[in-house]
Design a protein around this ligand. Sequence first.
Ligand SMILES: Nc1nc2c(ncn2[C@@H]2O[C@H](COP(=O)(O)OP(=O)(O)OP(=O)(O)O)[C@@H](O)[C@H]2O)c(=O)[nH]1
Ligand SMILES: [Mg+2]
Length: 318
Amino acid sequence: MPHRPESIAAVAVILPAYNEEATVEAVIRAFRAALPDAALYVVDNNSQDATARVAADVLAALGCEGGVIHEPRQGKGNALRRAFMEVDAQVYLIADADLTYPADRAMDLIAPVLQGRADMVVGDRQSGGHYERENKRRLHGLGNRLVGGLINFFFSSRIRDPMSGYRACSRTFIKNYALLVEGFQIETDITLHALDKRFRILELPVEYVDRPPGSESKLSTVTDGAKVLFTILQILRYYRPLAFFTTIAAVCVAAGLIAAIPVFDDWLRYRYIYHVPLAILAAALEIVAALMLAVGLVLDSIAHQQKTNYELRLLSGR
Ligand SMILES: Nc1nc2c(ncn2[C@@H]2O[C@H](COP(=O)(O)OP(=O)(O)OP(=O)(O)O)[C@@H](O)[C@H]2O)c(=O)[nH]1
Ligand SMILES: [Mg+2]
C-alpha cells in the first residue's frame, strides 16, 4: 500500500511502469534529483520482472515520499486512473518509466501549473524534431500526425504533440477528469478532455531519446493505433455529436442525390420513372440522412446539458 501523506503534497510524480526493470531505477533517481521535494509513485501493473521490487527499494533508499501502487487491471489508462484516485497533490507530473523523457525539464513543466498559468503543460517531443529523429518506428510518426490533424481539425486547436506521455496537470484538472480508457488511448483522451472542457494547455518543447538498448516498448503499432483512432471517433460521437452525425447525414444526402440522377433524368425525358429500385434507394438514403440529423440534434442537446452540469460542478468545487 502506498504511503499516504498527511497533507496534500505539492507535486506528485506518477510513473506508470510495466516490465521496466532496465530503466525504472534510473528514472526514479532522475526525477528525485530534479524534484527533491516531490512525492514519487510508480504504478506497477502485474510486471513479470523485478520492476516493483526495484522501484520499492530505490524509493525507500532515497527516502522518497510516495511508493509503489499495484493495479491489477492491465493498461496504462487503468494504471493512471488508479494513481489519480489514490494520490493527492497540487500538481501531477506524469512521465514514462522508460528513460525517454528528460527529467531535468520537470521544473519547467510544473512551474506554469504551480503559478496558475496553465491547467496542463505537455512535454512536446515533436516541435524540436526529437521524436522524428529518435523513434525508430516510422508508422508511429505518421500515427501521431494523423491523430494531431484530426484533433486540430475538429477542435480548431493547434496541438503539436497530442500523444506525449510527459505532462504536468493541475489538481482541478485531474480530479475532474473521468478517465474511461484502459490503455494507450489515455494520452489522446486526456488531450481531448482538456480541449473539450476548455482547460488551458501549454506545450513546451522537450528533448526525447529512444529507449535504451535492452528496454522494450509496450506499444503495438497496429492494435494500439487502431484503438487510438477508435477513441477519437468515440469522443467525437460523444462530445461533438452534431458535427459527427451531420457528417454522416451529408454523406447519405450526397449518395442519395447521385442515386437519384437517373430517376430525375427519366422524369424529365419521359414523365415516367423506369429506374424504380434507384428511386427507392435514393429516397431511403435521404430518409436515413434526415434521421442522422435528428439523432445529432438530440444528442447535441444532451451534450450541451452535460457540459452545463460539468461547468457548474467545476465552479462549485472551487
Ligand atoms: N502500469 C502500466 N504501465 C504501462 C502499461 N503499458 C505501458 N506502461 C508504461 O507506460 C509507459 C509508456 O509505455 P511505452 O511502451 O514506452 O509506450 P510509448 O512511450 O508510447 O512507446 P515507445 O515510443 O515505443 O516508447 C512506460 O513507462 C510503460 O512501462 C501497463 O499496462 N501498465
Ligand atoms: Mg516510451
